[in-house]
Design a protein around this ligand. Sequence first.
Ligand SMILES: Cc1cc2nc3c(=O)[nH]c(=O)nc-3n(C[C@H](O)[C@H](O)[C@H](O)COP(=O)(O)OP(=O)(O)OC[C@H]3O[C@@H](n4cnc5c(N)ncnc54)[C@H](O)[C@@H]3O)c2cc1C
Length: 285
Amino acid sequence: MEPKTQKEVTGGLFLISETNPEHVFTPEDFNEEQLMMKEAVIEFVDREVWPNKERFEKKDYALTEALMKKAGELGFLSIPVPENYGGMGMGFVSTMLVCDFISGATGSLSTAFGAHTGIGILPILLYGTEAQKQAYLPKLASGEWFGSYCLTEPGAGSDANSGKTKAVLSNDGTHYELTGQKMWISNAGFASLFIVFARIENDKNITGFIVTKEDNNGIELGEEEHKLGIHASSTRQVFFNKTKVPVENMLGQRNGGFKIAMRANTINKLAKPALEIHIFCPVSS
Ligand SMILES: Cc1cc2nc3c(=O)[nH]c(=O)nc-3n(C[C@H](O)[C@H](O)[C@H](O)COP(=O)(O)OP(=O)(O)OC[C@H]3O[C@@H](n4cnc5c(N)ncnc54)[C@H](O)[C@@H]3O)c2cc1C
């Protein structure tokens, strides 16, 4: 059987088809920058995370937040964010290395990390306007702010486009008012920014909005959920009651939120260059 070309071998196909060994990426292929990042994240996890395993099991949400801050200071929250938005501007391999080692220690930090760097940051990185990127990415990249993603509702989980949260345009056309209930929202307890999906009028699809947490703007949080695991990951309901959102904080196009929601949940765009080669990397212990 003819080996497939590099471009044809995607996803897990390398497991079941003959491939050219030159197209297989192994840890020996890490460059100096990637190895430095690997060493830095291993040191962080060994020093800050492993010794605190018990505290994560005891719902120490403050510890999760504190370690997210430290991760931000060390640049781990901003690996794929371009440098002009305050990020490290590094590629998918470095992103994967950091995720690998952070995820290997505790699910609580891993969930907080994933919610912030993935579904918190990616919607803005992939779909934000230049002004939105300039305004929010540097704060999120540094860990000054944490992000969370509000899609799920009591009646809209797997069927995510059926959410009932409404966005109503104000009479003067300057802002939308968001009203609705979101649930299972990771990082809600300490987030400063919410990516919120809501429906405008009777649109077929939901629309994305960037909502910053401000006092007296109709945002309320439920109690922390008691989960079977990932105990120190903050998971709460978020209620919006006529929360004012400037029109310029619409994310992407009206009616385009479902696409953003689904795309941000994968790491499609950022991962693509690296997925065209295969990464074999030992999972951290
Ligand atoms: C710890 C945790 C953190 C989370 N963090 C976030 C977050 O940060 N932001 C956010 O927006 N959401 C978050 N969620 C919500 C999560 O995305 C939803 O739980 C998920 O989308 C499933 O929705 P649901 O729980 O309503 O289950 P349901 O949609 O009710 O599904 C229940 C079961 O039915 C199955 N099912 C559903 N529809 C069908 C069908 N048509 N055919 C066959 N089987 C079906 C499902 O596979 C599942 O097994 C989080 C959830 C958890 C548990």
